[in-house]
Design a protein around this ligand. Structure first.
Ligand code: PMP
Length: 401
């Protein structure tokens, strides 16, 4: 039975006891007790590491570690847990696809289509691989609705397009492109699709099979889990074509001075001692989320963003960049620099983000040097909206003097 009770939900987050009004969950979510205690138990009680030792405690740990892989597969409706590769997070997962799948397939003159709305994590790895191979990164512009413009995608795709990189949800506007359309257009011209799920997974974990997603990446820390752990989903046939990127212990089945034989997928992509505590913490987060009515929690945080947007719009010069029904509220004040405002908000105990949000091309397309971003989560309250509005009003009064 799943439910969502804002008060009970909030009580799960000890970090909220700090006086700060935390409106920066799009950067990283706070951690519930379930995750904190699973991680603590791991360090307190577990012995050994995974996939190495025969003693019972290490064997149990290996089982738990692999069970968490199945949980992630379930979250995304992946057909097989072996389609899930543990990574440090979204950034590492995208770099893995760029270096391990795309790079050996790129010829000079090939094209990688990247949406203008992307976080740098879904742009820079493609620029790097293009520089390494002589391929070209093609900008897929956003339209008036600040979403990558599907109409323009038609014209950009051609026989040289190898991959389309797109985010499930913008970390600035909260806008979500129609993935189904993007994927069917890309597949129509033989290109694969990399979906950055860093923001989207929190709000709507996709069904990778129904959407026919080729590659999908997310980070645990935005999904109430620990930092330093995330996952790459790849279609089994694509992962099977990939060469290992990082070499070392655990990713080989045999090695001599003449060469090595890699482990099967996915372990061949997981060199070195893994972040077992991170995997256990993510597993605890997913168990915990199973008991939450995500849709109701989502409605709550979007409603708070709607209230904040409506009230802040009474302030002179307020401009919103928020997509409708998003829990992210990016905004600025005409004639006032976002850095000045964020300093004053910080002094009032309001934690919001200001700047380009690792999305410089999108900010350039919006024609602004930076914005503020208040991101609401289900543990936020109407009192947080009051605090933000009051602090903004004070800040603007001070800055007007
Ligand atoms: N993509 C998006 C849309 C993001 O919001 C973020 C995190 N800000 C990332 C990628 C990168 O995630 P990480 O730093 O956890 O690898």
């Amino acid at each position: 039975m799943t439910s969502f009770n804002p008060q009970q939900f909030r009580q799960q987050f000890p970090a909220l006891n700090d006086a700060t009004c935390y409106l920066d969950s799009a950067a990283t979510a706070l951690k519930p007790l379930a995750v904190i205690s699973a991680t603590e138990q791991f360090y307190r009680l577990s012995a050994g590491t995974v996939h190495r030792s025969q003693f019972a405690a290490a064997q149990r740990l290996t089982e738990r570690y692999e069970q968490a892989r199945s949980q992630v597969a379930q979250l995304l409706n992946a057909a097989d847990s072996h389609s899930i590769v543990w990574t440090k997070g979204t950034t590492e997962a995208i770099n893995l696809v760029a270096q391990s799948w795309l790079r050996p397939r790129l010829q000079a003159g090939d094209e990688i289509v990247v949406s203008e709305a992307e976080h740098h994590a879904n742009l820079v790895p493609w620029l790097m691989v293009a520089e390494q191979t002589g391929a070209r990164v093609v900008k897929w512009p956003v339209g008036d609705d600040r979403l990558p413009d599907i109409g323009q995608l038609h014209a950009l795709l051609n026989a040289r397009t190898r991959l389309v990189a797109v985010g499930q949800m913008s970390n600035v506007t909260g806008g979500c492109p129609d993935l189904q359309q993007v994927i069917s257009l890309a597949h129509g011209c033989g290109a694969k699709v990399m979906v950055d799920g860093a923001q989207g997974v929190v709000h709507c974990p996709p069904d990778v099979q129904t959407l026919d997603i080729d590659f999908y990446a997310f980070s645990a820390h935005k999904l109430y889990g620990p930092m330093g752990i995330g996952a790459l989903y790849g279609k089994a046939c694509l992962l099977a074509e990939m060469v290992p990127w990082q070499g070392g212990g655990k990713m080989i089945s045999s090695v001599t001075f003449d060469g090595f034989t890699p482990q099967p997928v996915p372990w061949c992509f997981e060199a070195g001692t893994p972040n077992v505590a991170g995997v256990i913490g993510l597993s605890a987060a997913l168990d915990w989320l199973n008991d939450i009515d995500i849709a109701a929690a989502e409605r709550w945080s979007c409603e708070l963003a709607t209230q904040a947007e409506a009230r802040l719009s009474a302030l002179p010069g307020f401009r919103s960049y928020r997509a409708s029904n998003s829990s992210l509220l990016a905004f600025d004040i005409a004639g006032i620099h976002h850095s000045d405002v964020v300093m004053l908000l910080a002094e009032s105990g309001i934690a919001v983000r200001a700047g380009q949000h690792c999305a410089q091309p999108l900010l350039a397309a919006l024609g602004v040097s930076g914005t503020l971003r208040a991101s609401f989560a289900p543990y936020n309250t109407p009192e947080d909206v009051d605090a933000l509005v009051a602090a903004m009003t004070t800040a603007l009064t001070l800055l007007a003097d």
